[in-house]
Write a protein that binds this ligand. Structure first.
Ligand SMILES: Nc1ncnc2c1ncn2[C@@H]1O[C@H](COP(=O)(O)OP(=O)(O)OP(=O)(O)O)[C@@H](O)[C@H]1O
Length: 275
């Protein structure tokens, strides 16, 4: 009896690239910052050769010859950087001195106009840097008031947050003294305490944690984590790679104004340390 031939099993259907299911939307937060082929160029006036340098005789000669200022030099600090940052990410930015880290943060904050390309942000990013503009002649107390109002808090919110800011900064009775009497670490701690008292959609931190002591670093890392959990995005520039590794969920490595690597902190920092 002829056996009925059973049909050959069909190979499993491999989805075409276009049919590959997209990752579930909830895995990725919504984009907060889109940096698209960003170029930042500084124009430095008076970047003259030694022979042209600004002594009185050269200046006088230029006036007599009706010449303008010495030549302008361009510094191309950020060269075609592109990435997308999302809600819930804490992104560390690492790179050697002069690689463009601070320039990139300032551009995301809207403080530097792109030479080419664009930065799109959801809401107003807040830049917290060690040089953030508080007034040195005023007391810590006055600066807290100033900083909170500048971030758009109401008098009620300020009253609610005031003690917490003083406690968090750990400056104690120095809050009554002008900021000009603070050490750089105390100033940085107060700035961090003020800036992080408000929930930001996008918070940009430039080195602020590098100057704090161990205990303050721990508290600030905890606060950054809370900010991420409240669905914000945090960018952190710090030379201390331990702080970056412990705090960030993603690391961007900048080299000479370009992205050399972007991804998991352990992998990027391992490659960066080897370079
Ligand atoms: N205001 C400025 N005017 C002209 N050039 C600038 C200015 N600020 C930065 N630069 C130049 O742009 C480049 C990038 O500087 P940037 O400060 O962004 O680097 P960085 O990675 O933050 O450095 P660091 O780690 O030393 O803080 C450098 O070549 C620097 O000299």
């Amino acid at each position: 009896m002829a056996q009925e031939e059973s049909p050959a099993p069909k190979p499993p259907k491999t989805p075409k690239p276009s049919e590959t299911p997209a990752p579930p939307a909830q895995e990725l937060g919504t984009p907060t910052v889109i940096v698209d082929n960003l170029h930042i160029v500084y124009k430095v006036y008076g970047a003259a050769t030694d022979a042209q340098k600004g002594n009185a005789a050269n200046a006088l000669m230029r006036v007599l010859r009706r010449q303008g200022r010495p030549q302008m030099k361009e510094v191309h600090a950020v060269k075609g950087v592109s990435f997308v940052a999302r809600h819930g990410e804490a992104i560390g930015i690492v790179g050697r001195n002069g690689s463009g880290k601070s320039t990139l943060l300032r551009a995301i904050a809207g403080l530097l106009p792109p030479h080419k390309g664009a930065v799109y942000t959801d809401g107003q990013p807040s830049l917290l840097g060690v040089n953030a503009a508080l007034m040195k002649e005023l007391t810590g107390e006055r600066n807290i008031v100033l900083g909170c109002y500048a971030m758009g808090m109401s008098p009620n919110e300020l009253r609610e947050k005031y003690d917490e800011i003083v406690d968090f900064s750990g400056i104690g009775e120095f809050v009554q003294f002008p900021m000009s009497t603070y050490s750089s670490g105390m100033g940085a701690r107060l700035r961090f305490a003020i800036s992080s008292a408000k929930t930001h959609d996008v918070l940009l931190i430039d080195e602020a944690l590098a100057t704090g002591d161990r205990e303050f670093k721990k508290r600030s890392q905890k606060r950054i984590k809370q900010m991420r959990e409240s669905a914000g995005t945090v960018f952190l520039v710090a030379h201390n790679l331990d702080v970056i590794e412990e705090t960030c969920s993603r690391v961007i490595w900048l080299h000479k104004g370009k992205i050399k690597m972007d991804g998991d902190p352990t992998e990027v920092l391992a490659a960066y340390n080897k370079a």
